[in-house]
Design a protein around this ligand. Structure first.
Ligand code: NAD
Ligand code: WQD
Length: 337
């Protein structure tokens, strides 16, 4: 058992990971400024786990606040989810993205150095591979960034590699997530993006429940079997469990980089049909031009995570749709329902 600080722990992936950590016998401290989440998610996590969750309202850019939280709760490790993640918005507001994501991570790392905490899992993203040159994507694929959000992830990854080079006592796990989807099977926690969802699964779920009228399918002229974009959707609970495996593996100093994905791609239309079948709804949709910056196909080679951690995603696309639908139906307007 250890006590772990979760920056951004009230968000989509943080809340699901928090639940799995607690159920595996860890204690968590959620550090979040709730800029893109709702404290209600923490109440729901308490309901699922039957525990009281330690919570700190704070900003990762405030080093003192992080240091105080680490010391007050005697944390031994950090999982760093806190981040702004909207790709389009990052192009319009690059300064905010570099400030929140890069400067925020610097401040977190300084706080960790000051408090002697040397174990860190970082939420990276498949976006650091830029435009895929070879599929499936291996960890050795060249890295590049096509927008400020992606660049912020790449800069942080580089910072972490430098920190490990200079201080080989660090235990760092860089986890490159593919496309997290779905929700906890209880229907109590799930994805609740503010405003209009950028990502496919929450948008689709909101159309299915009648909160939005039509799904726009961005592009049906890609070089894929049905012309729509292919992605590696990964159940958020599988992803959460991946963090547990990675944390277990960080029992010795290292800087580990792993893809967390299923290795299987699904097109937009396949995903839409799966969601319709599971929810028993018809999802009105129309084809629209390609979205700027999108690639035709992106999916992981997850074999390293299996070899190193013994971790493998178990849940199917149908599972993701089933759980996303349960969450959406029970919480039509998310945590503010
Ligand atoms: P999310 O927006 O639901 O969660 C992020 C959390 O961080 C929110 O609770 C937000 O309030 C908090 N936060 C943001 N800035 C903060 C700050 N300055 N101080 C304190 N808290 C702050 O996002 P998510 O989907 O759960 O993503 C978690 C992590 O995973 C992010 O780092 C994201 O980049 C990464 N990731 C997400 C996806 C995805 O598709 N969801 C894919 C790859 C990587
Ligand atoms: C999936 C597919 C769209 C919405 C983004 C970020 C990436 C990562 C995950 C964090 C694509 C299509 C979508 C819609 C659609 N985030 N689509 N209509 O594009 O793989 O990645 O989220 O790191 O950085 O770029 O995921 O869910 O946005 O799109 O047709 O309303 O669905 O074109 O083919 P993506 P997505």
């Amino acid at each position: 058992m250890s006590r772990i600080l979760l920056t951004g722990g009230a968000g989509y992936i943080g809340s699901h990971t928090g639940v799995e950590l607690i159920q595996a016998g860890h204690e968590i401290v959620v550090f979040d400024n709730f800029c893109n989440s709702h404290p209600e998610s923490l109440d729901r996590m308490e309901q699922i786990t039957g525990t009281t969750i330690r919570r700190v309202r704070g900003d990762i850019r405030n080093q003192t606040q992080i240091e105080t939280a680490i010391r007050a709760h005697d944390c031994q490790a950090v999982i760093h989810f806190a981040c702004l993640k909207a790709v389009g918005e990052s192009g319009e507001r690059p300064l905010e993205y570099y400030d929140n994501n890069v400067a925020g991570t610097l401040s977190l790392l300084r706080a960790m150095r000051a408090t002697g905490v040397r174990t860190l899992l970082f939420s990276s993203s498949a976006t650091v591979y830029g435009v895929p040159q070879d599929l499936p994507l291996k960890e050795t694929h060249p890295l590049s960034a096509t927008n400020p959000y992606a660049r912020s992830k790449l800069i942080i990854e580089d910072m972490l590699r430098d920190i490990y080079r200079a201080g080989p006592e660090w235990r760092i796990g860089i986890l490159r997530y593919f496309n997290p989807a779905g929700a906890h099977a209880s229907g109590l926690i799930g994805e609740d993006p503010p405003g209009i969802p950028n990502n496919l699964m929450p948008f689709m779920a909101q159309v299915a429940v009648g909160r939005r009228n039509t799904l726009r399918v961005w592009g049906n002229d890609y070089p894929t079997p049905d012309g729509t974009g292919i992605r590696d959707y990964l159940h958020v609970v599988d992803l959460a469990i991946g963090h547990l495996s990675a944390l277990r593996h960080l029992d010795t100093p290292q800087c580990l980089t792993l893809n967390l994905g299923t290795g299987t791609g699904h097109s937009v239309l396949e995903t839409l049909h799966a969601f319709e079948k599971i929810s028993g709804t018809t999802i009105p949709h129309e084809f629209a031009p390609r979205r700027t910056g999108d690639v035709a196909s992106c999916y992981a080679d997850p074999s390293q995570a299996l070899a190193v951690l013994g971790w493998k995603a178990e849940r199917t696309l149908d599972h993701m749709c089933e759980d996303a639908w349960r969450w959406q139906e029970k919480n039509r307007n998310g945590y503010r329902s």
